[in-house]
Each structure stands twice: as structure tokens, then as C-alpha cells.
Design a protein around this ligand. Sequence first.
Ligand code: FES
Ligand SMILES: [Fe+2]
Length: 343
Amino acid sequence: MSSQVSTSNLLKESRIFNNPQQFIEGWYWVLASKELGKGKVKSINVIGRELAIYRDFDGQLVSVDAYCPHMGANLAEGKVEGNGLRCLFHNWKFDVEGNCIDIPCLGKSLPIKIKTFPTAEQYGMIWVWTGEVAKQPLPFVPELEFAECDAVFASRFIKNCHPNVVMINAIDAQHFNTVHNLPLKIIFGKEEINKNAIKFSNITRGGKDSLLIKLILPFYKKAGTYSMCYWYGSTGTVTIGPDFLHFHIMFTLRLLEGGKTEGQTILITKKRHGLHGWLLNLIVLWLTKLVGNYFAKGDTKIFQTIKFDLKTPLKADESILQFIQHVEKQDALNWGSWEVVDT
Ligand code: FES
Ligand SMILES: [Fe+2]
């Protein structure tokens, strides 16, 4: 078999992958749950759109377009009142569905609505769906789909390239040897979970004959556990570790103006109860952080200066091509307006 692979026109014709003007409709991280207590409102720019996000006094989260339909004041300057948000400027009030319910100077309301977006919480993070109705689940760790979890935040970062390009790092098998000095042999199998999620899992066992491999292999019954599950081409969860203890590291990214990336690392483990469980999870999450740091270092310079252009794909880059294909099949929105891209 030739060591180079034919990509037909995939790379030339890709519309969404590594495109600074477009992104995939989906769930995107907004801010930490603990940064938004009851009765608080915050201003946030998510993929070029200005939002006001608040938590009402019942704990419900609401995300709305930031600019007031009266005169354009930023609603994040306003005040949460019961289950609604009141604009600071002329005190119009909007309910959780975005309906105007009070205009003080009229003594009544008008049939005006501000746009709202589905908003939810998972792994200590608030997420917004970038369309009217959420069509798919929040990003989750496949083997913890139904588990209650503990999660802590690790690094927040900016990268000088597109989120899709940052994401493929985790399935770039060659670079584990060259950048991260891991003598592992990794061959990925892919499994599409739904239209917006794909998982790549290592299906082989072993690596170069090294002390590390000899030491760790007894802890793996079958293939060495290493998998990456992608959501919306922008959030990915690495699962790694011996059979008795899997570490889960989520890298959740958003597209910034000009094709850059803003991201947050979240360390996740299943909840363990009692004092012992609490202590054990502190240790597990600390170890997860060390694993995450190991992978995060070494690539920093590359993402500062790369001009991604996979001109010469090898067989070893096949998973990257599969990821690009998966990205291309999803629904694209325009950066800033969040309008559906005409195809
Ligand atoms: S600008 Fe919001 S009430 Fe006037
Ligand atoms: Fe890397």
C-alpha cells in the first residue's frame, strides 16, 4: 500500500474546516457556572455575537441578544428581577422567553421579543446552543454519559489558529512520537455517535520496545486506552489511562475573530461519594491535570505559527482526513451573525 493517501478534493473543497468565517451550529462554552449566581447578569461575546446571560432567582439560566430592542442599551447592564431582566436605560422588562412584559412609561407592554438561546450547564460550565432549538446533546464524555461527575477547570488559553486545527492534534498519531516523546503506537478506529459527534479510539496494543511500554502494558487488557471524542468540531474529550483508572480531559474551544481560538480545559471524573470518594477525586483530578499538562506542553509554539495546509497527507494522517469529512457534514453558521450559511 502506498504511504501517501489520495484526498480527492476533500481538502481543496472543504468549506467549514479551518474557515475563520464559519462555525458549526452547536453547543459552545460560555462561562463557569460559579461565575453566575442567582440574580446575576453578565455580558459575553460568543463567536462574534454579543449576549447578555443571566440566572433568575429560581436558578434558571437565560441567554439573550445583548442589545435592548428599545434603544440598544446593553441588557447586561440591567438588573435581574424575579424571572426576568430589566433594562437599565428606560427600565423595560423582558421575561425568560424574551417577551417584553413591562414598559414603565406606558404602564403596559408591547408585543416585542428579544432573541433567546437554549442555555444549559454541564461539568461546571454554562453552554449556549447557537440556534433556536438545540438539536443535539451537550458535549459529554462517552463513558460517563449517565454518570454524575466532578469537574474542575484547568488552563484557559488562546491559540493563534482555528479550533478545528487545535482539535486534530489529539488524533495526530505521528506527533505523539515526535513532539511528546511517547513511544506509543496508535492506530485509530472511528465511530460516529451522531451527526455532530465522532469518537476515535486506539485499536492497537504496544509501541516501540521501550521501558515505558513494558511498564504500562500489564495495566491494559486489550488496546492501550486512548480515545478522543469530538463535538461540533470544537470540543473534544481525551480519555486515557490504565484499565482500572481512566482520565478524562475536555478541551472546549470557540472561534475568535480572525480564525483564532479561545479555549478552556476541564478535568472530569465520575463522582465518588463520602469523604474517601471526595479525597480520591482530588487525587484523580490532580493526576488528570498532570496528564493534561504533559500533552499541552510541546505544541504551544506550533500553534503560534502554523499555517495549516495538509498538502501531503500520509496514511498516518487518515484520522485527520476523517475528522475533516465529519466536520464538513455538519450545519455551518456565519461567524458574528450566527446566520445559516447559504450552500
Ligand atoms: S434602551 Fe432598553 S429600555 Fe430603553
Ligand atoms: Fe500534542
